[in-house]
Design a protein around this ligand. Structure first.
Ligand code: SF4
Length: 699
C-alpha cells in the first residue's frame, strides 16, 4: 500500500484538509527533501487556488513530531515504544476480554470525516463484523448531521451540494447563512467574486461581520440562535409580496399549507425583535432571492450546530422550495460540508444508524443487502448504537469501557469538554490511531501510528458529492502502517481476518461499490479508472456505463412520489439562553490558518506563527463596560467552565455576542464552554450558542 510511484513528479492529488478537497500537484524533487505543493490548475473545483493550509500541507509529512513507533503506556503512565505485534496483541486481547466480560457493545468505535471512503467503510465493517458492537459513531455528527437529516427528510437524499460548486458563479443570487467561506473555503470565493462581477448579489447572514460578510452586497447581522425565525420571516415577506412560485409548489412539493400557516406568524416586526434584522433588510434579501432567475441558499455550521439545527435547515429549504428554486439550474439549497471527507464519511457506515450507501441499520432489507456482501448472517449485525455525544457520555464503568479512535480528536472537538475528560480517563482501553499525538491520545493506553494523506491511495468525496482520488506521493517514514493493515491485523486477532484482507485501497473500494449497489448513495458504477478519466465522479452512479450525477433533483426528488416535502418549523429557545447570571451569547468558529481541532495545523510552524493563540472577539461597547482593550486577558465563564482568552476588540461582532475559535485544547478550549444540548433528530450538539459572562483578569 505504500509503494511510491517511480515518477512522483507532479502527481495530482488533493489537499488533506477541508471538504473543498482542492486539487494539488505534488513533486518530491521540486523542493529538496520535502514534497512541494502547488494548486492544480486543471481541477475544476479550485482552479489552481489554495488557501494557506493547502500551501503548507506538505509540512505534515516528514514532520519531527510525527509518531513512527507504536506506543503503550507503562506502569508509571509514560509512553514506551512497542512492536506492532505487541501493540496489536494488547489491543485485541483487551477488546476480547472486555467483550467476554461485559458484552460486545462495551467496545466503542469513534471515526472521522477525515478518513478516506475506504477507511470509513472498513471502520464501520470492523465495528459491526469484527467487534460486533452497535456503538460506532464519528465526528461528522458534530459537523453537518443537522443539514444531512433535514435534506434526507425534505428531498429524500442527503448530498451536501446538489450541484458543482462552480455553479455558484452563475447564480444571480447567493445567500450564505452561518458560513464564512472566505476563511473556511477560501478558493470558493472565486465563484462568488465572478458571480458579483457579473451583476449577481451575495447576501450573508452571520453574527459576525466576517471576511465573507465584508464583501457581501447585503449583510444580515443576525442574533445567534434565531436563523430559523429569520428564514420564516423571509418566507412571510415572500408570501405577502406574492413572490412564491405556486406552480412549482403545486407540481413538485407537498406540505406547503402548514408551512404557509406558520410563516404568516412571522411578521417582520416580530422577526426584527427576535433576530435583530430590520424589515427593510428582510424585504431586500427575499426580493433578490425570489426575482433572480437563479438563486441559492448555502448553509454552514453557524445555522446547523444548534439544538434546533435540523429545523433551522428545514426553514431554509422551505424558503427555497417556496421560491421554486430547488432543482433549477444554478439554484437551490446546499450545505457546505466542513471535513475533508465529511460527505463520504457519512455515507459508508460510520454513523450509529447507518450502513454503507446510507442504508439504514434498522431496515431488514438494508441489513440483508450489506450482510450478503460482508458474508455474514444479517441477524448477526448489531442494531442502532449510540450517537457521538451519547457514546462519549456513556464512556466508563457501567457503559462503554473501551474506545477505538481513528482520525478524530474528541478531547478538543466535543462539547462540554470538562465532562468528557474524566470519562476518557476512566476507560479500560483507549486506542488512538493517528499520525501525531493530540489531546485525546494524552489519555490513551495505546497509540498506533498510521500513514498520512499523501502516503497512501484512496478516495474522498468532496462537498459536491464528487468522488476523487487521493494518490501516493510521499514515502512514509519507517514504522507507521496503513489503517487498512491495522484493520486486517486486528480483525485477524479477533477471528475474522479474511474479511479484511485487502491488498490495495482499490480492492476495498470495489467491495464498497458492491455494498452500496442499489442504495441511495450508490457508488457501484464508480471505478478508480473512471475517476481518473472524469476528474471525479458524482454519486449516485449506479452502473459502469453511467457517468455520474453532477446535478440533483432536476426532474424529481428522491422520495417515492418524486416530490420534495415541506416541514413546518417554529422558532424555539436554545438549550440555554442568556439570563441575569450569564447575560451574553457565546459562539464559535474557525480561523483560516487552522483546521477543526487543530491536531494537524497546530504542528505546522507557518500556521502557528500566523495564528498562535485563540482570541476572544468582543464589541467596543461591551469592551468599554468591562474596561477591556485589545490584548487584555479576559475570562469567559459558562455554566460548565471558565476559559481565559486574549481579547480582540472589534466592531465586527454583535454587542451582545462573544466569539472565539475552537481549534485549541487544554485551558484555551472553547468547547469547555459549549453545551451538550442536542438536536432531537440529528443529535447535533449546540456548539454555536452558550450563555456566558465575561470578566477582565486582574493583573
Ligand atoms: Fe485545502 Fe480546503 Fe484550503 Fe482547499 S480550501 S487548500 S481543500 S484547506
Amino acid at each position: 500500500l505504500s509503494t511510491l510511484p517511480e515518477q512522483a513528479l507532479g502527481v495530482r492529488t488533493h489537499c488533506p484538509y477541508c471538504a473543498f478537497q482542492c486539487g494539488i500537484l505534488m513533486g518530491e524533487d521540486l523542493g529538496g527533501d520535502m514534497p512541494r505543493v502547488s494548486g492544480d490548475p486543471h481541477f475544476p473545483v479550485n482552479n489552481g487556488q489554495l488557501c494557506i493550509k493547502g500551501w503548507s500541507s506538505a509540512a505534515l509529512l516528514q514532520h519531527p513530531q510525527r509518531v513512527t513507533t507504536p506506543q503503550l503506556r507503562d506502569e508509571q503512565g509514560s509512553w514506551r515504544d512497542a512492536t506492532w505485534g505487541e501493540a496489536l496483541d494488547f489491543v485485541a486481547s483487551k477488546m476480547i476480554a472486555l467483550r467476554d466480560q461485559y458484552g460486545a457493545d462495551v467496545n466503542g468505535v469513534f471515526g472521522s470525516g477525515a478518513l478516506t471512503n475506504e477507511k470509513a467503510y472498513l471502520l464501520g465493517k470492523f465495528a459491526r463484523v469484527a467487534l460486533s458492537t452497535a456503538n460506532i459513531d464519528y465526528n461528522g455528527r458534530f459537523c453537518m448531521s443537522s443539514a444531512g437529516a433535514a435534506q434526507t427528510r425534505a428531498f429524500g437524499l442527503d448530498r451536501g451540494l446538489p450541484s458543482p460548486a462552480a455553479d455558484g458563479e452563475h447564480a444571480e443570487g447567493v445567500m450564505l447563512v452561518g458560513a464564512n467561506t472566505a476563511d473556511t473555503l477560501p478558493p470558493m470565493m472565486q465563484w462568488f467574486d465572478r458571480q458579483k462581477a457579473a451583476g449577481g448579489r451575495l447576501i450573508v447572514a452571520d453574527p459576525r461581520r466576517s471576511s465573507t460578510a465584508r464583501v457581501a452586497n447585503l449583510f444580515l447581522q443576525v442574533t445567534p440562535g434565531t436563523d430559523l425565525a429569520l428564514a420564516n420571516g423571509l418566507l412571510y415577506v415572500a408570501i405577502e409580496e406574492r413572490l412564491t412560485d405556486e406552480q412549482y409548489i403545486t407540481g413538485r412539493t407537498t406540505g406547503f399549507d402548514a408551512v404557509r400557516a406558520i410563516a404568516l406568524q412571522y411578521h417582520p416586526a416580530r422577526v426584527e425583535r427576535l433576530t435583530g434584522i430590520p424589515e427593510a433588510q428582510l424585504r431586500q434579501a427575499v426580493r433578490w432571492l425570489a426575482t433572480a432567475h437563479s438563486s441559492m441558499v448555502l448553509t454552514g455550521r453557524g445555522t446547523e450546530q444548534h439544538s434546533k439545527g435540523v429545523d433551522s435547515v428545514h426553514a431554509w429549504i422551505n424558503l427555497m422550495l417556496a421560491l421554486g428554486k430547488v432543482g433549477k439550474p444554478n439554484s437551490g439549497y446546499g450545505t457546505l460540508t466542513g471535513q475533508g471527507n465529511g460527505q463520504g464519511g457519512r455515507e459508508h457506515g460510520q454513523k450509529a444508524d447507518q450502513l454503507p450507501g446510507y442504508r439504514l441499520i434498522e431496515v431488514d432489507a438494508h441489513r440483508a443487502a450489506v450482510a450478503q456482501v460482508w458474508g455474514v448472517d444479517p441477524s448477526a449485525l448489531p442494531r442502532k448504537g449510540k450517537s457521538a455525544c451519547e457514546l462519549l457520555d456513556s464512556l466508563g464503568p457501567g457503559g462503554i469501557r473501551s474506545l477505538f479512535v481513528m482520525g478524530s480528536n474528541v478531547a478538543v472537538a466535543a462539547p462540554h469538554l470538562s465532562r468528557l475528560e474524566p470519562k476518557l480517563k476512566a476507560l479500560d482501553l483507549l486506542v488512538v490511531c493517528d499520525a501525531f499525538h493530540n489531546e485525546t491520545s494524552a489519555h490513551a493506553h495505546v497509540f498506533l501510528p498510521v500513514f498520512q494523506w499523501a502516503e497512501e491511495d484512496g478516495t474522498m468525496t468532496n462537498l459536491e458529492g464528487r468522488v476523487i482520488r487521493r494518490r501516493i506521493v510521499a514515502r512514509p517514514p519507517t514504522g507507521p502502517r496503513s489503517d487498512l493493515e491495522v484493520f486486517h491485523e486486528l480483525a485477524t486477532r479477533l477471528g475474522c481476518g479474511e474479511k479484511f484482507a485487502f491488498r490495495t485501497a482499490e480492492s476495498a473500494f470495489n467491495e464498497l461499490r458492491r455494498a452500496t449497489a442499489g442504495a441511495p448513495a450508490d457508488y457501484s458504477g464508480i471505478t478508480y479508472a473512471k475517476i481518473e478519466h472524469q476528474d471525479g465522479v458524482f454519486w449516485p452512479c449506479p452502473s459502469e456505463e453511467h457517468t455520474g450525477s453532477p446535478r440533483m433533483f432536476t426532474e424529481r426528488f428522491a422520495h417515492a412520489d418524486g416530490r420534495a416535502k415541506f416541514f413546518a418549523v417554529e422558532h424555539r429557545a436554545a438549550g440555554e439562553e442568556p439570563d441575569a447570571e450569564f447575560p451574553l451569547l457565546f459562539t464559535t468558529g474557525r480561523y483560516k490558518e487552522h483546521y477543526n481541532s487543530g491536531a494537524q495545523t497546530r504542528t505546522v510552524g507557518r500556521l502557528v506563527n500566523a495564528q498562535p493563540v485563540p482570541r476572544l472577539e468582543i464589541h467596543p461597547r461591551l469592551a468599554r463596560r468591562h474596561r477591556v482593550v485589545t490584548g487584555s486577558r479576559v475570562t469567559i465563564e459558562s455554566r460548565r467552565a471558565k476559559v481565559e482568552f486574549v481579547a480582540e476588540v472589534t466592531p465586527d461582532i454583535r454587542p451582545d455576542t462573544l466569539f472565539a475559535p475552537f481549534h485549541w485544547g487544554g485551558r484555551s478550549a472553547a468547547n469547555l464552554l459549549t453545551s451538550a444540548a442536542l438536536d432531537p433528530v440529528s443529535r447535533m450538539p449546540e456548539f454555536k450558542l452558550a450563555a456566558v459572562r465575561i470578566a477582565k483578569v486582574k493583573t
